[in-house]
Design a binder for this molecule. Structure first.
Ligand SMILES: [Zn+2]
Length: 396
């Protein structure tokens, strides 16, 4: 879901990363503060002072976002959930939960922790600004950070799943009716409505001269819209795979090649004849490597008659070997996260099947067709990790 990101440091065991898109927003914040906010709040100072204040404000905002996500992560860890780390990106921050909360209560406390942290920070900065007016310039900076944290708390409590407020709403619905999927459907429904409202508001604001704030609202609305939809689709995916194992869904008895086989034979008699693009290489039942159309193409066509599979195959990545007992949900995660696009299913050392995303999605499509009314499943769109996202307020 992210572009290239840079790991900065570990905080209480959580890796803190910055997505490249964060630099865009950091630059935008420094620019808008140093050319607008601070010159208005503190007239008559030197441009360098405004720039320094804006940099300090940006770093304060950076710290506030991390603390917001850290609060989510700490509570999640207390509930025994695995956390991938914290990433700051264009719209704010994300605490990557590797799994969904297991109960309505844990969902509630994990979700509320972030806004509670932001509200506490707002109060602390606000008190600092109010009680230390003799600080002058610094008090203005503290006031700004108080306002930003208050907006972070309020904005993220909008009942739009998967924002924090939407998660609180989902936890409440889940607790009340005991049906997670239905609760998610409703909470992401409000997310879609709110996203449309944000985009509409942004459009009106931009048309009536609201400037960058209007465009920002449109962007955030769009972000909330895609996030709510993908969060729901992702739940549908996981739900459709519940209780299934790799052995149920794999393509069994796959075509295999021997290392001595000529490439021309592999292409004609296996790949083309059986419409497969990926072939495990096996000798005496033991897996030796794998070969696919990409590898075959890397060899000049004129030599396919002479080259053997063993000289072209790639070694097996241990991560792409799975057992038929693995749950389908885990296999989905492995396929969507890892580099391997096909997994080789090995039972007691013998290759017994191949599993691709297509196998899983085919199953999901049928489940959905039978269940009905759950919306469509879009391959690839719904693969985002469950995440606590926080979004920034529109720019001042
Ligand atoms: Zn949050």
């Amino acid at each position: 879901m992210f572009g290239p990101s840079i790991k900065l440091f570990d905080l209480l065991g959580f890796p803190i990363r910055i997505d490249a898109s964060w630099f865009v927003i950091a630059a935008l914040i420094v620019w808008s503060l140093s050319s607008g906010y601070f010159p208005q709040a503190l007239p008559g100072m030197r441009p360098m002072t405004y720039l320094a204040l804006s940099m300090a404000a940006m770093i304060g905002l950076f710290g506030s976002l991390i603390l917001h996500e850290l609060a989510h992560s700490l509570v999640a860890r207390r509930y025994g959930l695995r956390i991938g780390g914290i990433t700051l990106f264009l719209f704010g921050g994300v605490a990557e939960l590797s799994e969904e909360p297991k109960s309505a209560a844990s969902e509630f406390w994990i979700a509320i922790a972030g806004p509670a942290m932001s509200a506490t920070l707002a109060l602390a900065f606000g008190l600092g600004a109010a009680t230390l007016p003799e600080l002058g310039t610094l008090a203005v900076l503290l006031g700004y950070l108080a306002a930003v944290n208050l907006m972070l708390a309020v904005f993220n409590m909008l009942p739009a799943f998967p924002l924090d407020g939407g998660r609180v709403l989902r936890a409440w619905l889940w607790q009340r009716a005991g049906d997670l999927q239905e609760a998610t459907r409703k909470a992401s429904g409000t997310g879609v409505i709110l996203a449309a409202a944000l985009m509409g508001l942004g459009f009106v604001s931009a048309m009536s001269g609201g400037g960058i704030g209007g465009f920002w609202l449109i962007l955030i609305g769009f972000f909330v819209l895609t996030a709510s939809r993908s969060a729901y689709q992702q739940l549908v995916l996981r739900d459709s795979l519940r209780g299934r194992r790799v052995g149920d869904l794999m393509t069994p008895n796959p075509q295999t090649a021997s290392p001595e086989m000529r490439l021309a034979t592999l292409v004609d008699q296996i790949m083309l004849a059986h419409a497969v693009s990926f072939v495990p290489v096996v000798s005496d039942g033991q897996i030796l490597g794998q070969i696919d159309t990409r590898l075959v193409r890397s060899v000049p066509r004129a030599t396919w008659q002479d080259r053997d599979v063993g000289s072209v195959m790639a070694p097996i990545d241990p991560n792409s070997l799975i057992s038929p007992q693995m749950t389908a949900q885990d296999a989905l995660e492995r396929l969507t996260k890892g580099p391997a696009r096909k997994l080789i299913v090995v039972d007691r050392g013998v290759v017994c099947g191949v599993l691709s995303l297509r196998d899983l999605l085919g199953h999901i499509a049928v489940v959905q067709a039978l269940g009905g009314g759950l919306g469509t499943v879009q391959a690839g769109k719904a693969m985002a990790l469950p995440a606590h996202k926080s979004i920034l307020r529109p720019q001042p």
